[in-house]
Design a protein around this ligand. Sequence first.
Ligand SMILES: O=CC(=O)O
Length: 314
Amino acid sequence: MTPLVVVPPEVPGDWLASLDAECEVIVGLDAVPAPRLSEVVGLLSLLTMPVGPGLLARLPALRVVSNMAVGHDNIELEACAARNIAVGNTPGVLTDATADLTMALLLASARRLDEAASDAREGRWHTWTPDGWLGVSLRGTTLGIVGLGKIGYAVGERARGFGMQICYASRSDHPEAEELGARRVAFDELLARADFVSLHVPLTPETQGMINRDALARMKPGAILINTARGSIVDQDALLDALRAGRLRGAALDVTSPEPLPPDHPLFAAPGCLIVPHIGSATESTRRRMAELACMNLLAGVHGQPLPHAVVRG
Ligand SMILES: O=CC(=O)O
C-alpha cells in the first residue's frame, strides 16, 4: 500500500516533490478525511506545529515525524518514543545561514543600523556630525558564545574574521575551539567578560529562562545580547528592564516568545532592541535543503529505515 503522509501547507510544493513517487501526500492535517487519519504514517512538521500526545492520538499508525528545523522543542520526544515513532530534524544545512544572520544582527546592533536607517528615512539626517550614531568597533571586543554546537562554532569562525576575542560556555569541552583561539569559561565568567553574548543552545528545561534577571545583571554593563536560538531562553521582561535602564547597550532577537511577538509589545520600542521575524535559516538554498533533508527523513521513516538525521530512532 502506498504510504500516506501529511505535509504542511506552508512548504512550497516543489520543495517536497521527492515524496510524490513513493507516497500519497495530503497537504495539511485538516485536509485528511477523518476516516483516513488512521492511515497516516508520516508527518512533516514545522517548528510552529506542536506535536504532543493529543495530535499523536489522532494518528494511531504514525511511524515518523520529520521536523523541517534543527530545533525540535515543538515535539514531545518522550511521547513519540513511547509509541516508537521516529523523529527527524535537519541539522548542518542551516548552520551557515544562521551564523550569517547572527553576525548581521551583531553588526547591526554594534553600529545601530536600525536606528540610523530610520533616522535617514524619516528626515533626522541633517548633516554629517562627528558624534552622530556612534556605535562600537568589533576588533578586540569579546564575544561570549553560549553553546558551542555547529552554529555557535560557525559564529566563532566569523567573529574571528572581525578580530574579536572568543570565549564560550558549554556543557562539554570542545578541543576544536582552539582553532578559534576560544577559551571555555564558566557561564558566569562569560557573562562578566563578554561585550557580546550570543545564544546557541537548544531550548530544553535547563535552558528555558537561562538569561534571566540574574544573568542579565551579571552581564558587562553596555553589553549586547544576541539570540538566534529560541525566544524562551531569555526572560523578556527582565531584558526589557535591562534595556530601559541602559544596563545593556542593545539586544538583537531573531526569536521571541511568543512568535510572532505582538507589534505593540514593549520590546519593539525598547532602546537598542532590534527584532526580526525568526529568519535565521531564511535563505532560498537553505530552506530548500532543509525541505530535502526533511523529505529524506520522512521517506526513511515511512519505509521503516533508520532516519539520516534522527532525534528519536523510533
Ligand atoms: O529555528 C530554526 C530551526 O530550528 O531550524
